[in-house]
Design a protein around this ligand. Structure first.
Ligand SMILES: [Zn+2]
Length: 175
């Protein structure tokens, strides 16, 4: 497609460069079109996953994103827009589901799916596992390795001392 294109194929804006154009789209439209191509999406997704697989980069990324959001939330117009978008997403979900959250089917499905997904994790470690994933943004596979290491360490301590560390942790949490 190395031909001169006088106007953008999307918005029709005139393009004045004398050089042949690589793309039929103008600068403002080209991103919108390339980002729809499946191979470009796959490439971008793979690059992003590789980038975020580094724990340091990952922590930095979330810190920056959270700081950006906190800054944006100072603007009442942004807050209102965000609230409105959330409301619309919520309505959409409710409209699509015959079984809203809290209905018997959703509760039983949730329990079944949790039992399958968390079958590897003893119940006394599940709160800690959820905390790692939800509060610390740790990927599930890594959180699982951490919990498994914790289970092993607890078992070693139990053999050595006869004290169940996980039981003490649960009692401590309730107190
Ligand atoms: Zn255009």
């Amino acid at each position: 497609m190395n031909l001169p294109v006088p106007t953008c194929a999307d918005c029709g804006v005139p393009r004045f460069s004398k050089k042949p154009k690589k793309s039929p789209y103008c600068r403002r439209c080209v991103g919108r079109h390339t980002s729809r191509l499946p191979e470009r999406r796959a490439k971008a997704s793979a690059a992003m996953k590789a980038h975020l697989s580094d724990p340091t980069v990952r922590a930095h990324h979330f810190a920056r994103a959270n700081a950006g959001l906190r800054e944006a939330m100072k603007d009442p117009a942004f807050v209102e827009k965000r609230r409105e978008l959330g409301r619309r997403t919520g309505l959409l979900k409710r409209g699509m589901s015959k079984h809203p959250a809290g209905s018997p089917l959703r509760i039983s499905n949730g329990k079944k799916s949790a039992a399958t997904k968390l079958a590897w994790c003893p119940p006394e470690y599940r709160d800690e596992y959820k905390r790692l994933i939800k509060r610390q943004n740790i990927p599930a596979a890594e959180a699982r390795r951490m919990i498994e290491a914790m289970i092993e360490a607890d078992a070693r301590r139990y053999h050595a001392t006869g004290v169940l560390p996980q039981a003490a942790r649960i009692e401590g949490a309730e107190a």
